[in-house]
Design a protein around this ligand. Structure first.
Ligand code: SF4
Length: 185
């Protein structure tokens, strides 16, 4: 900072609850939601230029660690958030799907950039026209490439989903039907 002002430090807001002198009560669902939302571990599936923009997002200037997501996981079994960034060739589609299937629930998916979201400029026989052809996507981040601010905005949208998700959602018939529509067990 150019001046000597101390930046304002914001803390995570407490969930809705009942409070009084010496006690605070809330539901387990809300506490779990806050914990999940602020410790999302991304698996960066980067194939091309959008991946470079993600590297900037990880760097000190944009500082994704402010959101508790500074720990990228290259093992699907230790990741909550699949971030697909870049052009996905049809030959690569089964690999993306396999990675998704290896992630434990609850898992979220962010499609970063035009290519991952829709195939982008590559309207060709060899390019997958959006990863939602093979796996369910929670948040789309537009752009070619999106700026790091947009990636962080997308991450915050995922945080909102994680924070407000019912603990039973993943067992619901609707969610099971969604997975079944992608032929995922
Ligand atoms: S959306 Fe644009 S920047 Fe991102 S991978 Fe595709 S061509 Fe590259």
């Amino acid at each position: 900072m150019s001046d000597n002002r101390v930046p304002e430090i914001k803390t995570v807001a407490a969930p809705d609850g009942v409070e009084g002198a010496g006690f605070f009560a809330t539901s387990l669902e809300k506490v779990v939601g806050i914990a999940r939302a602020n410790s999302l571990w991304p698996l960066p599936f980067a194939t091309s230029c959008c991946g470079i923009e993600f590297m900037a997002t990880m760097g000190s200037h944009y500082d994704i660690s402010r959101f508790g997501s500074e720990r990228p996981s290259f093992s699907p079994r230790q990741a909550d958030l699949l971030m697909v960034m870049g052009t996905i060739a049809k030959k690569m589609a089964p690999i993306v799907k396999q990675v998704y299937e290896q992630m434990a629930e609850p898992r979220w998916v962010l499609a970063m950039g035009a290519c991952a979201s829709s195939g982008g400029i590559f309207d060709s026989y060899s390019v997958l026209q959006g990863i939602d052809r093979i796996i369910p996507v929670d948040v789309y981040v537009p752009g070619c490439p999106p700026r790091p601010e947009q990636v962080l905005e997308g991450l915050m949208r995922i945080q909102e989903l994680a924070k407000n998700e019912s603990l039973r959602r993943r067992d619901s018939p609707e969610y099971q039907a969604l997975l079944a529509s992608y032929n995922i067990k």
